[in-house]
Design a binder for this molecule. Structure first.
Ligand SMILES: C[S@@+](CC[C@H](N)C(=O)[O-])C[C@H]1O[C@@H](n2cnc3c(N)ncnc32)[C@H](O)[C@@H]1O
Length: 127
């Protein structure tokens, strides 16, 4: 983020108790989406999800995901019912929710700026 920007969009935090995070999120009125290949297909639910106008917490697993998350999430959503990587599940989910608009975001706090080119590389450094 120091070089490529996005500090107003992203915040990284380690939490020791993710269940408390989920409970607090819901208590404050937010909604929780759990991405899982066992859920309802994103294509069926994307219109409903895109209309949610409260903060959305998206849960993506790594190794074993406890059943608790399946029962406490407001939505269990599958990016197809095939297993794939957590990164691709999250990326496809966000792309559908944002209707592709995230591809047009540029971060005003970026120090490095890429000048798009058909061939080659051009990067400008701003101080
Ligand atoms: C590689 S999977 C591992 C799942 C884990 N081994 C388990 O027992 O639940 C990692 C994460 O990617 C996400 N994921 C994988 N395939 C998915 C799919 N088809 N739809 C939505 N999310 C998916 C889920 O969040 C899952 O927890």
């Amino acid at each position: 983020m120091e070089e490529w920007g996005g500090k107003s969009y992203f915040k990284l935090e380690f939490v020791s108790n993710p269940k408390t995070l989920v409970k607090n999120w819901k208590e404050k009125g937010g909604k929780v989406v759990h991405l899982t290949m066992y859920g309802l297909n994103l294509t069926e639910k994307v219109s409903e999800l895109a209309q949610i106008n409260v903060p959305l917490l998206v849960i993506v697993g790594s190794e074993k995901v406890e059943g608790w998350y399946y029962y406490n999430a407001d939505y269990n959503i599958a990016v197809s019912n095939q297993p794939h990587s957590e990164v691709s599940a999250l990326a496809i989910f966000l792309d559908r929710i944002y209707k592709g608009e995230e591809l047009n975001i540029s971060f005003s706090d970026a120090r490095l700026l890429i000048i798009p080119k058909e061939r080659g590389k051009e990067v400008v450094r701003r101080e």
